[in-house]
Design a protein around this ligand. Sequence first.
Ligand code: FES
Ligand SMILES: [Fe+2]
Length: 337
Amino acid sequence: MSFDRQLFEGFWQLLCHRNELPVQGDFLRFDVPGGEVVVFNDDGELVAFDNRCPHRGARIYQGDHGNQAATCGYHGWTFRKGHLIIPERESFVNCGIETATWRTLPVDWCGDFLFVGIAPRQPLYEQLGKVATLLENISFNIAGRHDFSRYDFECYWPLAVENALEPYHISMVHPSTLGTLALEAGENVFDGKNSVWYAPVGNAAVRKKLATLKRFFQLDFQYEGYMSIYLYPFTMLSSTFGYSYSLQHFLPHPADPDRTSFTSRLLSTPASSPAAQAVIGTFLDSTAQVNRKVFDEDHAICRTMPRDSWSTEPLRFPSASEAKIVHFRASCRDVLR
Ligand code: FES
Ligand SMILES: [Fe+2]
């Protein structure tokens, strides 16, 4: 089994927040090593499954997200309310049709975050360690999804992850976007293979402005700075002041091993009042715009990284701000041991 597939199947993967799929038929589709995973709202319950029809293997969902019944477009096999519905079922004779099942996958919850685990090495909460409490707290402060964007990064996925793991490049690559926060060195917290970076906003004017926005939100948890959570191996969740969360996946591209299938979703938090909702909407629109610019900047630099610039070897010249990369590579070596 390839390294990428070993990572996908051997670890719990955060798929989505409960409030991203509030309505029957809401779905999200992910390209993953070895296939595709779909999560959809089946009459109020979130179900994850392999996006291949159990009849003759057609792909059921095509888009990245939307609302659509779990019905195969070829002959109409349908999954609904936990059951497989087969048109003209009586015509399937002597073939054990009663054993046909929709290919659902094991899921588990951390707060309101849904994870899929195909053959996980550990139970979810063991894998998450102390990050679990942080994720739970965040999850209870998320109202829904405001934005979905997809970019293919022209580099092997660990290079895109390592880019996201170090702030050393910010002043060079993001001078007019992320750089304007003037993030301080902050603190890295490591737990198992996961890591969290807490960085105070160094730009006093920006920090003050961000602090004044607090009244528009109804939060019972926030980190008043920039926080970036890395969930080994493919997922990042980052936030400034806890007003919104950027949920990012860096997955191996299904057709091209030298590309990263990168998606970013902007998750919103609850408003303090209906009037505040309009203010938050404008705030989220501009956050989404800035995030897209940051990802473009990251992509422009990641595409200069040839695949052989990544290995599981320790960095030859690690700076203090690259400590999370050192940790990431050690985690990869541990998996390959
Ligand atoms: S392939 Fe899906 S119903 Fe036939
Ligand atoms: Fe970056």
